[in-house]
Write a protein that binds this ligand. Structure first.
Ligand code: CP
Length: 324
């Protein structure tokens, strides 16, 4: 029997977005292509489409966020959804309510999507198994931050074009970084040559099996790179002495003009934010007019999150159907 090629619609049949590692190349490319369309919507005078009219998106952030939370909020409103920004600090979480009880309560109030950030790896997947609403992982512990990797890929595609064959370095605190894990997976699937550059203490055991070359010397690792992605030093996840000092870290691993010279002459610089200037990156590089993509990354965040919400809507129950 002759098999029909899969349609675009059939290529993304998920209720949730939990991580990049579970996605196919086809699914990633579809989100990136859809996000390009939403970029055009965002440039219009009226930046709103009716795609999610009648649906409710709840932002549930147990860890701080500026970019991810705000851009999910903007993305959902641009798609005409109702948005609830759940305030964990004044909720019954403070009285010891369990995560699942909190989320089931939110679902019973009519949430169709729950965008969750939590300090425990695997928390988004745990919730997705127990509720009918779509769960979007906005960062779970040191595990994954899928929409960050997607917006990073969109930013690179927009500036350079095809990601296949590019040499891309991810530098700094790899050990604690969900951004690094999602980006290695995403960039590998899209055909890039990925390098990880970090001191031994901040290189996860088994990093050599991630499908990336591992370096401890920044200058060697940066050689021939098209893109340099810096990571935040996540002091809040460090329960021991990983580094002699922030100053020493900057000396060996902070991106400055001297180290950047080892990459390709026009190499582009990225950082997911929030940045520690003078620790991971020198201000003159972070603010470089032509080589820094940091502001563009934030801009792409809204389009990617619109594309993710729209894609999941195609597989979601009718609005409000998640209520028991
Ligand atoms: N990149 C990122 O996740 O930033 P926020 O912590 O501000 O959301």
């Amino acid at each position: 029997m002759q098999r029909r090629p899969p349609t675009k619609e059939a290529s993304f049949a998920r209720k949730d977005l939990l991580g990049i590692q579970e996605l196919s190349r086809e699914e990633i490319v579809r989100i990136l292509d859809d996000a390009r369309g939403f970029r055009d919507v965002l440039k219009r005078a009226i930046k709103k489409v009716p795609t999610l009219r009648g649906r409710t998106v709840v932002n549930l952030f147990f860890e701080d966020s500026t970019r991810t939370r705000t851009s999910f909020d903007v993305a959902a409103r641009r798609l005409s959804a109702e948005v609830i920004n759940f305030d964990v600090s004044t909720s019954s979480v403070k009285k010891g309510e369990a995560l699942l009880d909190t989320v089931e309560t939110i679902e019973a109030l009519g949430a169709d999507y729950i965008v969750v950030r939590h300090g425990s790896s695997g928390s988004a997947e745990f919730l997705a198994r127990h509720i009918k609403a779509s769960v979007i992982n906005a960062g779970d512990g040191t595990h994954e931050h899928p929409t960050q990797a997607l917006l990073d890929a969109l930013t690179i595609r927009r500036r350079i074009g095809d990601i296949g064959g590019l040499r891309i370095a991810i530098c700094g605190d790899i050990l604690h970084s969900r951004v690094a894990r999602s980006n290695v997976a995403c960039l590998n699937i899209l055909g890039a040559q990925v390098r990880l550059i970090a001191p031994r203490t901040l290189t996860p055991p088994g990093a050599a099996d991630w499908g990336a070359e591992v370096f401890t010397d920044m200058r060697k690792g940066l050689q021939g790179c098209d893109v340099v992605m810096m990571l935040r030093l996540q002091q809040e996840r460090m329960d021991g002495a990983y580094l002699p000092s922030a100053r020493e870290f900057f000396h060996f691993y902070g991106l400055d003009a001297d180290k950047l010279r080892h990459a390709k002459p026009e190499a582009l610089v990225m950082h997911p934010g929030p940045m520690n200037r003078g620790v991971e990156i020198e201000s003159s590089i972070a603010d470089h007019k032509t080589r820094s993509l940091i502001t563009e990354q934030v801009e792409m965040g809204v389009a990617i999150r619109m594309a993710v919400l729209e894609t999941l809507a195609k597989n979601a129950p009718e609005p409000g159907a998640t209520k028991q």
